[in-house]
Design a binder for this molecule. Sequence first.
Ligand code: ASP
Length: 331
Amino acid sequence: MISRRSFIAKSSFAVAGVGLAKSGISMSSLPQKKEFPIVISTWNHGLPANEAAWEVLKKGGSALDAVETGVRVPEGDPNIITVGYGGIPDAAGHVTLDACIMDEKGRAGSVTYLEHIKHPISVARLVMEKTPHVMLSGKGALEFALDQGFKKENLLTKERKAAWKKWKKEQREFSAKINIENETELNHDTIGMLAIDKEGNLSGACTTSGMGYKLPGRVGDSPIIGAGLFVDGDVGGAVATGMGELVMKTLGTFLVVEFMRNGMAPAKACEEAVKRIASKIPDYQNFQIGYIALNKAGEYGSFCINPGFNFAIKTEDKTEMEDAEAWLKKL
Ligand code: ASP
């Protein structure tokens, strides 16, 4: 089911409209009353993340604070094995994290291949706010985080260590499976979040431990501005999840935002970006990609390759999960 958000001209506009109708000025040419705030995010772990973001938004906090606060929830939860602390390690047993953040002013910050820091999204925010750079990687990102007062921690939980040892013993190859919701097999699922605050400002965040048992050194789409996340304050934002290599090769979220700039609704823009993957990447059917998008007006939508991708929505009167429409089901 594709979501479209409709706006209701609330009473003041409605009353004004009576007089305006007489004066011949059309209601649709007037600014609509926006039903902000709103927050959307990927997968089931989006539900508790949205709640945390909502606490910020409902008090009048900024979208930027909200998305950072929201995605810190799965980052800190060891039971979410695809993000932050407790994430599945790489093939060598190291938990390496990717994250980025972007606001309506076009400011952006990112960290890649970051080890030992539980909340990479907060480090990404400081890269944005305290350095002239957009992206810090590996050892440099860790040193920056420590300089900023973050604590060095062991992110590999007992459970993930045991699962990794078992995986190694079986000499299993890395495989990018799609949407296997069985805990021991699940090997990817980033949280990407987009929010609009009371002021109508839009920000986004994206954070992940990446593909489970990836080759050491691998960095995915999630910390790449324009791939895992893109925000344009004049248009809207998009985030991606799934096999990052496909998103990187097509600069997926930048594409979604450009489609919206050209007038497409968010769901249609996500669909066109999935179709771009389908037209460029021969074996795309074997992988999952899910996009979610939110435009400046507060309309949202999603689309994915394979059925199984869902996302969480929170507004004043809505707390729900929605299944994304899938390209391989539509064919
Ligand atoms: N996009 C992430 C990556 O490739 C994984 C995911 O979202 O499932 O690292």
